[in-house]
Write a protein that binds this ligand. Sequence first.
Ligand SMILES: [Cu+2]
Length: 158
Amino acid sequence: MTSVRLIGAGLLLLTATAAYADPCQITIESNDAMQFNAHEIAVPAECADVELTLKHAGHLPAKVMGHDWVLAKDSDMSGIVNAGLAAGLAHGFLPENDKRIIAATKVVGGGESTTVKFSTAALSAGERYAFFCTSPGHSAIMRGKFLFGGTRVAQAGK
Ligand SMILES: [Cu+2]
């Protein structure tokens, strides 16, 4: 009897935590070691907008270890990174008015954070999206999968 009650209490706790966290609001951290703290971001299809906050938990300034967070189709990543390299830090390592960029933050240095809000209207479930940093050389490590309306979310609803 006691163990059954304990499991029940655990489930209640999980439900409360899940309800508290808004799946459409995402925070990702970066650091002085050229890393994001997540390699995968999953957004449920119910999110009409996503609010993403990029924190830089390090100490190095933007011109030395600046990071941004850019979202694009997986196949567009290297093209955007190369165009960003040409654009330089003054333009946040991003090509101007590039339609391949779905969302992007500005470049932040240690101790700073920035937020971008974007619509998911142009995203389709099943497409392969990637998030990455466009600072020179960073995307080799600073990249991850962005899942919109992904299989894991669908499985959870079954
Ligand atoms: Cu970076």
